[in-house]
Design a protein around this ligand. Structure first.
Ligand code: GUN
Length: 310
């Protein structure tokens, strides 16, 4: 039976540490660290994520600056706000919630964020530092959360075969690079990959970051694999396998909300793992906790730039 990793427990510790560093920062510099979060439009999921980020800031003693702009905001207007926040010394971290409306040039926006404030790690300078394996880099929160979970669970990727399913810039690619930097032998799979099940079966560590409920099937995984499930998918009762329909928590979800959140890994595959992150309660809370840690890093490095920026 798989051991289920409690992401909430690990995240609570990261948050607690961030709160301690935030108090130290206040003592040393006479102000608390600051995080600005920009949301464009009213996407319900993004609005929930942003609210949770603001709440996490309050828990960590980080001042939050929240901007909600109308859906019709144009690239130039958003660039102006990013520029103003880049110049605002109270702001140590700056995050633009994605996805942006289709008419906005997302690349231009991400490239305009001061790399020193880029707590998402999406700016090309930070992506470059990730590729080089530099010590002083702001790294994307979800993949960093994955590595933190592995560390906390006593899994050293060195020499292990890691298969990452999904190649997004936000999650799959950086997760693969972080695993590579930790000396795993990494295979990245995607929608055009041939023989996906066969490649997944080679994995000692399987990272699923696709966004397709239950993509990873029972016969795709070896007994004893470590599975990190990054998918967050909402499904209704008609799409739920029997094991979920028998789970009281899921039944309560269906009755209350009409849906439940599941990952990319089927319950039948999950039971073959030695360790698995659940959805919800696995990688999700770690992503939010790592955002707080990145804000502290950004604040500290802005005050005391690392002598050798690498
Ligand atoms: N949307 C989904 N995940 C993320 C994230 O990690 N950062 C930002 N900025 N937007 C997101």
């Amino acid at each position: 039976m798989a051991q289920i990793i409690d992401g909430n427990r690990i995240a609570a510790r990261v948050i607690e540490e961030a709160a301690g560093r935030s108090r130290d920062f206040l003592g040393k510099h006479g102000r608390v660290p600051g995080l600005a979060v920009i949301l464009v439009g009213e996407d319900p999921a993004s609005s929930v994520y942003v609210r949770m980020k603001i709440r996490d800031c309050a828990r960590c003693g980080i001042e939050s600056f929240s901007y909600t702009l109308p859906e019709k905001t144009i690239t130039g207007e958003l660039l102006d706000l990013v520029g103003a926040l880049n110049r605002d010394d109270r702001v140590d971290g700056l995050l633009v919630q994605l996805p942006l409306p289709a008419h906005i040039d997302t690349r231009r926006i991400l490239d305009a964020i001061d790399p020193a404030k880029d707590v998402d790690g999406f700016h090309p300078a930070n992506v470059g530092r990730l590729v080089r394996g530099d010590k002083y880099a702001l790294l994307p929160c979800t993949p960093s959360g994955v590595l933190r979970i592995l560390d906390d669970s006593g899994v050293d990727p060195k020499g292990m075969r890691a298969v990452v399913v999904g190649r997004s810039d936000l999650v799959g690619k950086p997760a693969a690079l972080l695993l590579l930097n930790r000396h795993a032998t990494v295979t990245i799979c995607h929608s055009r990959t041939r023989d996906l099940p066969q490649i997944c079966r080679t994995a000692d560590i399987l990272v699923a970051a696709v966004g397709k409920p239950f993509l990873i099937q029972e016969d795709w995984v070896r007994e004893g694999v470590v599975i990190i499930d990054i998918g967050i998918n909402s499904i209704g009762p008609d799409d739920a396998p029997r094991s979920l329909l028998e789970d009281p928590k899921r039944v309560a979800d269906f009755e209350r909300k009409g849906y439940t959140l599941v990952g990319d890994v089927s319950p039948a595959a999950a039971v073959k793992a030695s360790l698995i992150t659940p959805v919800p309660g696995g990688v999700g809370p770690m992503t939010r906790a790592l955002l707080m840690e990145n804000t502290l890093k950004a604040a500290e490095w802005r005050k005391n730039p690392p002598e050798v920026p690498k």
